[in-house]
Every structure is written in structure tokens, then in C-alpha cells.
Ligand binder design. Sequence first.
Ligand SMILES: CC(=O)SCCNC(=O)CCNC(=O)[C@H](O)C(C)(C)COP(=O)(O)OP(=O)(O)OC[C@H]1O[C@@H](n2cnc3c(N)ncnc32)[C@H](O)[C@@H]1OP(=O)(O)O
Ligand SMILES: CC(=O)C(=O)O
Length: 555
Amino acid sequence: MEPILIYDTTLRDGTQGENVTFTADEKLKIAMRLDDIGIHYIEGGWPGSNPRDIRFFDLAKREQFKTARITAFGSTRKPGIEAADDPNLTAIIQSDTPTAAIFGKSWPLHVQAIMDNTLEENLAMIADSVAFLKSRDREVIYDAEHFFDGFKDSPDYALDTLVAAFDAGADFLVLCDTNGGTLPHEVEGISRSVLERLNTRVGDGRPVKLGIHTHNDCGMAAANALSAINCGAVMVHGTINGYGERCGNADLTTIIPVLSAKMNRPCIPGEKLSGLKSLSRYVSETANIVPLNARPFVGHSAFAHKGGIHVSAIMKESRAYEHMNPETVGNQRRVLMSDLAGKSNVEYKAREMGVDLGANGFDSKTIVAAIKQMEDEGYQFDVADGSFQIMLEKFTEQFKPLFDLESFRVTIEKDKDLPCSAHATIKISVGDNHEITAAEGLGPVSALDNALRKALGNFYPDLDSMQLVDFKVRVVDGRDGTEAKVRVFIESRDQDQIWSTIGVSEDIIEASWHALADSFQFKLAKEARQAGKLPKPGSAVARNLKLGWSMSCIA
Ligand SMILES: CC(=O)SCCNC(=O)CCNC(=O)[C@H](O)C(C)(C)COP(=O)(O)OP(=O)(O)OC[C@H]1O[C@@H](n2cnc3c(N)ncnc32)[C@H](O)[C@@H]1OP(=O)(O)O
Ligand SMILES: CC(=O)C(=O)O
């Protein structure tokens, strides 16, 4: 099978997406990551557009790329001028890249109504611009903007534009679904027709190499790209995470694994596929955009199983509910706890967390029943793995509290013209020691967090590596008005892990306290285990710890 060339436009079309922006340095780092994974072309930006993109190409010039050809983007020349006098084309040449990509008009609507141009001059603009870039030794990728809309409107003219580019020396002709309104069967029909008709019109022996560039306005970008590949396109354009103008571009984190693992079409080297999830995360982190959990292949939920029936089956045979091995793309299987769980979920999680079930007479069915009851009262364990682990340890009497709350007091002060301020006093015990501390915070939870940190700091000096990174409050059932129960989630992280905890109460401060206390307990237990001061859950020593926790203190 002929390999498919992957053309990444995250740094150009990707940045046309709302909220997506990268500095020149960030672009360079992303480009290096794209190169590492084996992307063939990296469109770095439009040097005729802004100084940042010029800076990117200046930086890129100094780097050695292993696989990727860095590509500068721009448009065909302006009407009525020489290509050599066009600032956009000059900027492409000054970028000093081996490859240039230019877009031109395929649709008479754009030529006439938008550009106020003639159809003949548009053909000349395409041919002159391609020829100019070829005369400067560039590989030229010609993007036929609005090709599918143009072809539906006027197939002969749309084809003429491709012939103009090809005859002038374009190396690739890329059919663009610029408005993202075309459907897969239309892409298939038009791509086949284009290849047939082009092959009869261009006859200098050079092969016609088609590419495909699709947008996601109908949610079809990936499907459209794959349809064109099925018809013979050899290059596919897309972006990491599908970032791009409006609804985005075809998502390469979908297209690459589909090509490699489902269509047997080689693209990036097979051994690089497992770097895909990490690349997706890297780009979303750099863009400062929360990654989409349900993103196919690389999303956090892409291989997450919640329903008990599913978990029971995957424990016997993972392909029963997984279309592929998650590790192929660097992802992992996850099992979630909730009131949709069965005993298999508990058994899977216990094994994953190293908790020995049943050691003290609690079997997985009893635990499932208790979880369902707690979920009915407002808990939600599928997003609170940290609290679930603590719960499992409590159920199986392997829990060792590393501190106990004796009491806390929180006050909030509001003076007429001043912002609110909060003060917390907390009394905890660690073994036989008691500690009372006070702290301030911007709000009551931050005051409690500060007071707890201060109190624990005297016993556990390594707490600085732990931060609370997210705090969410939800009303469990709004019908009770201000007396409704609330559910508080806290997400915490340290240098190597992220964990989530939950608290539920009619009182928002108490709910926050439970989530906060679980979070600190999780961290301290982890540190203690790593330092060998606490037995690993499930070990014989852990099973023998009788710390007096019972079902009633869990609920
Ligand atoms: C389908 C795509 O995604 S194409 C890429 C779209 N990306 C962007 O537009 C981002 C970068 N763009 C920019 O920085 C600016 O729009 C620039 C620098 C390119 C142009 O800025 P300005 O000169 O101020 O023009 P403006 O953006 O208002 O209008 C675009 C101009 O390009 C012309 N144009 C559009 N397509 C083409 C083309 N293929 N070839 C030549 N000229 C074109 C338009 O007719 C218009 O010309 P006019 O100024 O004579 O009316
Ligand atoms: C060229 C391009 O980005 C488009 O037509 O969508």
C-alpha cells in the first residue's frame, strides 16, 4: 500500500480556531514534537500575515528536522500584478522553506463576487504564482480553496483551476472543503471524477498527486478526508486535536490511527503511534485548552468503561467493548465507579488500586450496594477516584488515617467597601499529638486549606509538592433550594499524579472539608507508602491493621 503523507496545519489553520494561539517559540516546540512523531509536512504559518509567523520561520531555519518538511503558506498573487512583486509570495520565499503552500480560488462565486476578478485572471494568478515558486526551487502544494463547492457549481471551471496549477508545476493539488459543508459520498464522487478527468487532461507524464483538506462544520472532516484517500488522495491535511477555523479541521489524532490501525495505510512509523496521546496533550496544554475527554483514540474517556455489563465483559476479553488496544495510541483502559457499576467494576478497581477485597468479610457485592446508596445520596465516584480508593480501604479495613479532624471554625467577614475575607481555625490530631492552627484565605475553603496545610506541615514536611488545581461545586438536587445538598469535587496534583476527591453535605463548607481531607489523606498515604512507612494496600500487614473503621463511618 502506498504511504499517505501527513500534512499538519496546526500552526496555521489550527491557529485560526477561536482561542488557539501560540508564540513563535511554542510553535517551534510543537513543530519539533510533530517531527518526532514522523509528520511529513508542517505548515508553520503565513509569513505574509504577521511578524510572529516570520519569527517562527527564522527559528525553524536553525533547526534540523528529521522527517518533516517545513512549509510556508500564502495566497496566489494579487490580481493585476507580477508574481515577483507580490508581498505574500516574496514573504514565502524569504521564509526559506523547502516547501510552499498557496491557496487559490476554485469557485466562480469567490472569483467574481468576493474578489471582483475575472475567471481568466484568476487562472493566470494561479499559474503565475505556482510557476514563480517553482522557479525559486520550491516544492509547491496548491490548495484549491472551496473546491467541492466550486465543482458542484461549475465543474469545468473548478477543474481548469487545478489544471492551471498542475501545468505550472504544482507538486500536489489539494482539494479543500473550506466551508466544511460537503458530505462523504459527495467527496467520494467528486474526488473520483477529478482524478479521472485530470488524468485525461494533463499528459506530460507527471503523476497527479491529490491531497485533501477538510473542515468539520458537519462533523464530517475526518470521514471526508478518509473518503478522498479511498479514492486515491495521497496527502491528508489536518491539525492536532482538530483545532481550526470555526468547527475546526480534520483531526490528525483520529486520522493517523485510522489510517495505520484500521485501513492498513502506512503514514507515520508504526512505533511512533503510541506517542499520539502525549502529543495531543502537549498541544492542548500549550494552547491552554482543556482536552476533550471524548476525543476518539486519545481522549481520557476514549477507553473508559462505566456500565457493569461492559466491565464484566472486558475483564474476560477486552475486545468485547474496545475497538482496539488503547496502548496502541498511548492511551489506557479505565474503569469507572458509579451507580451503573456491578461487582466487576469494584473488583477491577480494587485490583488496579492494589486493595485486597474480601479480607474482612466485605465482598464486592456489598461494596457495590453501598456505592449505589451513596450515589443516590449525592456522591459521584466516576470523577473521584481518590475518594473511591479511600472508601475501598475503609470497607476492607485497610485504611490508616494519617490525621483526624477534631474541630474547625470558619468565619467570613464582609465590610461595606472591602472584599470578603475568611479565617479558619482548625484542630487536628496526628497519632497522640494535637495541633491547632489558624489561617486566612480569600474564601472559606482556601482558609481551611491553608490552616490544614499549616497544621499538617509540622508532621509531614513534603506537602509543598501538592497543589489543589480545580474546585467544583454542584447542587445535587435544586428542588430543596438553599437547603439542597451540594457535591464538592477537588482535583489535586503533585509531581507525578492527579487525583480527585469528593464531599457531599447540605453545608458547602462541610462538603468542601470532606473533599479536602480526602485529598490530603490520599497524598499523605501515597508518600508514606513510597517511603515504606505504610504497607502497600492488600499486603499481609495492611490486612492486619484493625483501625476501627466501619460502614457507618463511611456513609
Ligand atoms: C481558507 C483559508 O483558511 S485561507 C487562510 C485564511 N487565513 C487568514 O486570513 C489569516 C491571515 N490573514 C491575514 O493576516 C490578512 O487577512 C492578510 C494579511 C492576508 C490580508 O490582509 P488585508 O490586506 O488587510 O486584506 P483583508 O484581510 O481585509 O482581505 C483579504 C484580501 O485578500 C484577497 N484574497 C483572498 N484570497 C486570495 C487569493 N487566493 N489570492 C489573492 N488574493 C486573495 C481578498 O480579495 C482581499 O483583497 P482586497 O484587500 O484587495 O480586498
Ligand atoms: C486552504 C484552506 O485552509 C482551506 O481551504 O480551508
